[in-house]
Each structure stands twice: as C-alpha cells, then as structure tokens.
Design a protein around this ligand. Structure first.
Ligand code: MRU
Length: 349
C-alpha cells in the first residue's frame, strides 16, 4: 500500500446546482459509483436506502437535491411554491432521527417564505442553490472547527470509533473522524479501532475505507470485540458522532453506541461525542423524546444477499440508540468542547 492520500467526498452540486451528485455508499468499498439526481422521489429513496447517509450528509443532500429538483418544477410561482412545499414534506418523511435533515429543510423553507410574491421562479431556484451551497460550506467549516477543539483531547494509543462519521457522513472532513484526523495531523500517535457496526457495516465498509484513503492506522474489529480490547488495555479513548443531542446532553447515534459508552464507563476510558451545533436539538430536553428510526427486518436477517437466519425469525432493528449524558466525558462541537452538563453554555457563544 502506498502513502498517497486523497480527499473523500460524499456529494457535490453540479451543472450550476441543477444536479446533485452522490457517491453511492451502498456500493463502497467495492465500487465507487456516482449517481446523478434531479428529482425528489429518487432523492428521497437515496436517503431512505442509505445511498447517502450520516446526519450532516443527509441534510446537505436534501438541501442540494431539492435545489436541483426545483429546476424541474412549474414555471408559475404558485404551482412552483406548492411543489417546493410538497418536496419539503416528502423529504421530511425519509429518516426521522438525524435533526440535521430538518435544519436543512427549514433553511430552504425560509428561502421560500422570505421571497416576495413577485420574485421570479428563476431567482428562487438560484437562491435555493446558494442556500444549499452555504449549508454544505458551513458544515465543512464546523467540522474543521471541531477538529481544532477536539484534537488535543485524544490520547495516544487506541481510539475506538463506531459507525462512519467521516467525510462520507458530512459535507466534508467529518465529525468524530475529523477530530481523529486532526489529532493524527498534529502528530498524536494513534491507531483507530473501527467497530464493524452491524447490521449495515458502516464501520467495516466506510470508516475502514476512509481511514485507508487518509493513511491513518486502523484496525477493524467486530462489534462484540470492543470490551475485550478495552480489558486488554488496547483502547485509550472512544469517539463517536451524533444524530441528535438534547438540551441535557443525551445523544442519539448509531445503534451500538450506548454499549460502547457503557463499556468505556466500566473501564474508566473517556467517551467523546463530536457533532456540529446543528445536531443539538434545543426543543428536546431528554433522550427519551428523540424519535428512533426502525428499519426493515431483512437488514438483520440478510447479509450480502444471503439469508443468514431462519426466514421467519422475529427481528428488532432500531437504527439508533440513546446514550445518556452521564456516560459522556465531553461533547465536542464547533463552538468548543464541554462536559454534557455545560452544553447549553455554548449556545450563547
Ligand atoms: O444510519 P446512518 O449510517 O445514517 O447513521 C449514521 C450515524 O449514526 C453517524 O454516527 C451519525 O450520523 C454522525 S455522522 C457525522
């Protein structure tokens, strides 16, 4: 393997914003296939099927995809407005847990609500494209800021991560993986232990791939190995991303995150969460209020196209779990890194 690294991206606006290009994450790491989207239904399906996934990336894709699709809407303002509102509703029904989707949709809704009645459709399309571009740029900037705030917190040695929180999960750079990369760049000698992240293997397929692209030392483990690695002293810290954070600092993230936090607590290992401020939902106090997406049973029963279980076995498949604030050492945001109980102090900065 060479030492050359390259920048990974999940999505881009093309043709002056008339098309959204998505790297199909279902096909990684085997194939790098870019898909072009110009309509709402294929965009909604791309989000639902995890063609694009990761809380910030879902928001970026929804914004850029709606902007692109608006070029296919009616030329008369009233019909155009109705189609935009219908599109906003359809996209809001795709995945319920990541709050970043709803933040992005609210930003585009605000563009429509703020437009004067005489504003031509062409001008609105341009404003949507700009709003999506700004949303993506802000996401990248927040991720860089998180890296700056969080890098010094990571110790040398093994750093466990769960799911995928890198450039693929965001507008670029990454959240938890962005912090890991920033620590690596400042010379912290670390090795990333990558949870495979069943059932959809975001760790094994995506995080392992990204870390190899970036030249960061990584070791893949099955999810059920994390406790043994900690008991053997191989893990010095854990860091994960978030799909939604409540006022008291409870964190929804990929299913299995809670188990990692409990293991860290038992082994007295710091457990960090890295997320942009847009992931904090100030309307929710408690983690129990976060809507948790339930996904199809066959994602657990079937692996690589092969049925691995009795076809009729009952299955639970929540996509996310909630880690209570008490198990979190610090939440790293673009505004700074604090203990969860001090999270709201960052809100005024
Ligand atoms: O179901 P996914 O792959 O969209 O879940 C992604 C996660 O849980 C990530 O950890 C989270 O979105 C943070 S990504 C920066």
């Amino acid at each position: 393997m060479g030492t050359e690294t390259r920048e990974v991206r999940a999505l881009e606006q093309g043709e002056g914003g008339r098309v959204l290009r998505l790297l199909d994450q279902r096909r990684l790491p085997g194939e790098e296939i870019w898909r072009e989207l110009r309509e709402i239904e294929p965009l909604a399906e791309a989000i639902e099927t995890l063609t694009v996934r990761g809380a910030p990336a879902i928001g970026c894709a929804a914004a850029a995809g709606l902007a692109a699709a608006s070029f296919g809407f009616a030329a008369e303002r009233d019909k155009f407005d109705a189609q935009v509102r219908e599109a906003l509703e359809r996209l809001a029904r795709t995945r319920p847990t990541a709050v970043n989707l709803f933040v992005a949709l609210d930003e585009l809704r605000a563009v429509l609500d703020g437009a004067e009645p005489a504003c031509p459709v062409e001008e609105l399309q341009r404003r949507f494209v700009d709003a999506a571009r700004v949303h993506i740029e802000k996401d990248v900037a927040m991720n860089r800021a998180m890296g700056a705030h969080g890098a010094a917190l990571l110790p040398t040695g093994g750093v466990l991560t769960h799911c995928n929180t890198g450039a693929l999960a965001t507008g670029g750079v990454g959240t938890a993986l962005g912090v890991i990369r920033a620590a690596h760049e400042r010379g912290t000698a670390l090795r990333v232990f990558v949870d495979e992240t069943r059932p959809l293997l975001q760790g094994a397929r995506l995080t392992a791939w990204e870390l190899i692209q970036e030249g960061i030392p990584a070791t893949l483990i099955a999810d059920n190995m994390a406790g043994a690695m900690m008991a053997q002293g191989k893990i010095a810290a854990a860091i994960v991303g978030a799909d939604r954070i409540t006022r008291r600092g409870d964190v929804a993230n990929k299913i299995g995150t809670y188990s990692v936090a409990v293991l860290c607590h038992h082994h007295k290992i710091p457990f960090f969460v890295a997320a942009p401020w847009t992931t904090v939902d100030l309307s929710l106090e408690d983690g129990a209020d976060i809507p948790i997406e339930q996904r199809p049973a066959d994602e657990v029963r079937v692996h690589g196209g092969t049925l691995m279980t009795p076809a009729s076995v009952d299955v639970e498949n929540p996509a996310f779990d909630v880690t209570p604030a008490e198990l979190i050492t610090a939440i790293i945001t673009d505004r700074g890194a604090v203990a969860p109980r001090r999270l709201l102090e960052l809100g005024s900065t």
